[in-house]
Design a protein around this ligand. Sequence first.
Ligand SMILES: Nc1ncnc2c1ncn2[C@@H]1O[C@H](COP(=O)(O)OP(=O)(O)OP(=O)(O)O)[C@@H](O)[C@H]1O
Ligand SMILES: [Mg+2]
Length: 750
Amino acid sequence: MGFEYSSAVEAVKVVGASINEAADYILNGPSRTNMGASTSSDCSKVCVKALGKRALSLSQPSERMQQSKIPDHFGTKMQTKRSKFNVAKDALNAESKVSPVMEGNGNVHPDMHRDTKITSEIIAVDCPEELRVGADLEQQVSRLLQKRFGHASLKSFQREALAAWLSNQDCLVLAATGSGKSLCFQIPALLTGKVVVVISPLISLMHDQCLKLAKHGVSACFLGSGQPDKSVEKKAMEGKYGLIYVCPETVLRLIKPLQSLAAGRGIALFAIDEVHCVSKWGHDFRPDYRKLSVLRENFSTSKMKFLKFDIPLMALTATATNHVRKDVIQCLCMSKETKIVLTSFYRSNLRFSVCSEDDYCDRYEDDEVNSVNDDDTSSRERELSVEYLEDETDTFQGMDDWDVPCGGFHGESPDLSQKVSGSFEMSDSPMELKERLKLQQEPLDHGPTIIYVPTRKETLTIAEFLCYFGIKAAAYNAKLPKSKLRQVHKKFHEDNVEVVVATVAFGMGIDKLNVRRIIHYGWPQSLEAYYQEAGRAGRDGKLADCILFANLARTPTLLPSKRSEDQLKVEYKMLSDCHRYGMNTANCRARSLVEYFGELFSHKKCYLCDVCIKGPPEKLDVREQADIFMQVLAAHKKQYALSFGNSGYITDSYDDDITCLGVKRRRSVKKLYLKLLVGKTRKQSPKYKATEIWWQGLARVMESKGYIKEGDEKAHVQIKYPELTERGWDFVRSQGEESFCIFPEVDMLL
Ligand SMILES: Nc1ncnc2c1ncn2[C@@H]1O[C@H](COP(=O)(O)OP(=O)(O)OP(=O)(O)O)[C@@H](O)[C@H]1O
Ligand SMILES: [Mg+2]
């Protein structure tokens, strides 16, 4: 049997040149060699201390796993009347009987196992009736963190989440991308020897995490269509892995086996990662996320009599508005006492910018075909969906996991009353300002890049294009063979691929520390999706660029997909918010993004984004143009009211009967949509030769200032049937000569 060269080199680096020790290291993983005997003895001591009399008197040997306050989170054999030492050892063995090994190519192959000696560390915790994370536990967890993951200490939000779990509370963790949410559910598996079931929406994400855990010597597997080895599921249900990553579709199928697992090795926690996928304000092409209430229904004391408390749920996301938070708690039937752990969504090392991509429009031969227009339900659209997109329900349902374009929520106006607490408290102190200004000047290191494109086809063409110019690029989309995807993933992680050109399939949760650039080539479908994907950058804390390249002269369109009417509305709203973000020239990008998620941005600005660096454009006094625009709109409304009375303003085309010289005729009265309004305005005032998109920009500004509103029931990305508001009528009536100064939006500058 031979060893992989890289494993051997690593082993020698870690344990020295002793052949025996190096071989041991390769076979048993880093934990075995690092912790060695001390682990088991240390651990047993801690366990003895922690379990005390209570553990010994807990139950009869015949009893199934029982829960009490804390020791109940420990291994299944705890209740047997064996020595305390054995209790700890059993728990350890439970976790480590089967540990993952790396395939020859370094890929995780959870099926390949060896019966190892103790390779996992379990730290028992003291278990007072009232559970608290005391200094003792903190120290023990710190030790575990250092040994397993190489981190010095828990972050405060991780501590809070763990404290909630320790007291058997449900918990909703809202923390920025890259802040370390995964540890919140990984530690419970290591602490207890029980299984943690992680519900995750993407195979790439599950794969990513298993790969990492394997490197740290933690046994984990993922189930679902991406799992090449079908025997893994059986092993997982027998309790051979500490962490089981599973997509929602699969977990629904596995309720019974999971109940057996809970009765056997025990389940410490259900973690629902990327929990925003639950939200009904998002995409309903992942409805199974909404069905995860089965976890509470089936793993509660009422269903499983031997449980002393419901198995806790931990829900985690980096992008959730207040609305989504409420929806998640309700939809998953989380307890009323759910602990909400909230940190800032702000990522201070990300440098956001928006660039115009002039040739972009050429990519689409026919915009009409690719866009979802309001009445478009053509078969052509469906054809395109299947061919190009990730999120097509038909192709997706059978696969049970792959791609979930994220961004399942409604942008809300910021709830500024909710002050965010947590580890990201900052202010613009002179020191910090200096630091940030310094950062501004810093050249960006070379490093890996992810380019997000809207369609599968583009992943291929752009990757090919880059390869032609000698760049090591690879495409990643759901339709590529799974073996190829695993390979791309692995090569990217090993820095053998410089650029991954991906669809949303390579989005959420991907954790590669040194990604220096995230480029969106084409409009994202929502700010949620954008911020999630941008969050792949700079996870090492160093400066990273997040660049949005788009055709700024053209209003973005929704990609074709099956949607209900309600959903279509929501998605238009989300795309519209994203469009506004791109068109904005005056607000700090980081501020716009963070406030979009309802957070109070506690800085003046980020000092890094394109707006902060370039500064806003000069203000324009558009009083005259706005006057004409509003007068034309008012005149049309008056004309309409004369003909039809004041009973509402119908925006659809309509026919009406008119009597002309005693002869009744039908004439068609056109609805006043924005283009027509702009046409009339330009005609009325040839002095203002501004382009059509200039007026569109003005309309957006007038809308955001509350002078006009959408008059159509349907939602649109860009206001389509403008209607005057009360404020708008006041504007029309006002005769003053006051100036009306605005920051021109991007389309007003093009
Ligand atoms: N306590 C800690 N100290 C230092 N680094 C940490 C700590 N906890 C986690 N990390 C590191 O933070 C990085 C990001 O972790 P993780 O993937 O869990 O982020 P996340 O919050 O889930 O992000 P996303 O929302 O993008 O999924 C990891 O590389 C991890 O090693
Ligand atoms: Mg994550």
